[in-house]
Design a protein around this ligand. Structure first.
Ligand SMILES: NC(=O)c1ccc[n+]([C@@H]2O[C@H](COP(=O)([O-])OP(=O)(O)OC[C@H]3O[C@@H](n4cnc5c(N)ncnc54)[C@H](O)[C@@H]3O)[C@@H](O)[C@H]2O)c1
Length: 365
């Protein structure tokens, strides 16, 4: 039995027809002997993606047992993980069972987490169905659930055996979710690939164009996670925009405000660009251009000045922060991120005020 907890292993990341062929192979092999193939969906991916997957597989007898969970971040919880374990147990899934996660980052995060703990680890395959999961969440082996409204507070490092990327699934994705996926594309642009920042999302529509865009993001993520799978150093650069973004998400979750992950990251990036300007003298024009792009392509997260202390408190809970210091990934220039930069609380408060002033300034629209 291979050790899926071994983070030095490699995940096979396959696109299009190669992905479909690999899935056929998994299903065929599991007919002889394995103790079950389980397909994890959420209620939306069950409705929209499962029929497409069956079509792509040529309506073969997949023989999987479907486990379906409620959709959305508010269900990325221990209770949902327990419901998955219950289903696996009820169907007598053994250590050689395979869990195929068909969904966005919530399904791949919680599915990966459930797979990593069930009987100390069963096989896991991701079929991401959102742009965000294709370009980021399904890659790299971080799994997790939210706990007490704290993002990804409980989790494991656990590599999926395969990630099968089929941009066809994006055809049913609501536009707000597609926009959210661009939040992580923007992050990759700032930390590693400035050309990504020049792409107009509206020009990407063909399967080929999606393939190219997603491949570029995936290759950045794989390059980084291969060098530092357990996030002891370099991998932290992938968290650019996330220290603030996760605090926004945690606040929104607890206050029942709808906020998609990529929107939170896109908003967090503006605050962290402002910090980068103050600490590393990042060019001001980078920030002014980004303000335009944020307003045009995303819905910036809105909050009141009175929420700032609460947000700072949530940042203190962030796993990237050690002790009482607040550490960030900041940019010296586009493409040159620096991790573990300590920032004083007063400066973070100022940056949040700067953010509020920009997004509330309708004259820039
Ligand atoms: N593990 C990692 O490295 C990593 C990286 C980035 C983000 N994440 C996590 O990913 C999560 C966000 O992922 P997400 O943005 O994919 O959200 P999501 O999984 O909640 O999906 C967004 C919504 O779209 C629906 N949906 C998914 N695919 C669809 C399709 N093809 N057609 C129609 N509806 C569809 C879902 O049911 C859901 O309602 C967050 O929890 C975040 O923390 C993890």
């Amino acid at each position: 039995m291979p050790d899926y907890h071994d983070m030095t292993k490699k995940t096979a990341i396959l696109f299009g027809s190669e992905a479909v062929a690999a899935l056929h192979e998994v299903l065929d092999n599991s007919k002889s002997g394995s103790s079950g193939v389980f397909l994890l969906t959420d209620h939306n991916t069950h409705k929209y993606c499962l029929p497409q997957l069956k079509l792509l597989l040529g309506f073969c007898d997949a023989g999987w047992i479907n486990i379906s969970i409620p959709a959305g971040e508010s269900h990325k919880t221990l209770e949902t993980a327990a419901a998955i374990w219950q289903e696996l147990t009820d169907h007598k899934a053994g250590r050689d069972a395979v869990l195929i996660c068909l969904g966005g980052g919530v399904v791949t995060d919680i599915g990966g987490f459930a797979a990593s703990c069930y009987k100390r680890g069963i096989r896991c395959i991701h079929i991401p169905t959102t742009l965000l999961a294709m370009n980021d969440a399904a890659i790299g082996g971080k799994t997790g659930i939210d706990f007490n409204f704290l993002k990804n507070h409980i989790g494991t490092f656990y590599l999926p055996e395969k990630v099968l990327i089929l941009p066809e699934f994006l055809s049913t994705l609501p536009s707000g979710q597609l926009q959210s996926g661009w939040g992580e594309v923007t992050k990759y642009g700032f930390i590693a690939s400035p050309a990504l920042l020049q792409i107009n999302p509206e020009t990407i529509s063909s399967a080929e164009a999606w393939h190219q865009l997603i491949s570029e993001c995936v290759s950045i993520k794989v390059r980084v996670t291969d060098l530092d799978p357990l996030e002891t150093g370099l991998r932290k650069i992938l968290n650019f925009g996330h220290t603030i973004g996760h605090a926004f998400e945690s606040f929104a979750l607890e206050n029942n405000i709808e906020l998609f992950h990529g929107q939170a990251v896109a908003s967090g990036i503006l605050v962290e660009l402002n910090l980068s300007q103050k600490i590393f003298n990042l060019e001001k024009s980078v920030i002014s251009q980004y303000i335009e792009s944020l307003k045009q392509n995303f819905e910036p997260f809105k909050f009141s000045v009175s929420a700032i202390d609460d947000l700072i408190h949530r940042m203190g809970q962030d796993k990237k922060n050690q002790g009482t210091s607040l550490r960030f990934v900041l940019l010296e220039t586009i493409g040159k991120p620096i991790y573990d930069v300590e920032v004083q609380i007063d400066m973070i408060k100022e940056a949040l005020l700067f953010y509020l002033a920009q997004i509330n300034d309708e004259s820039n629209d």
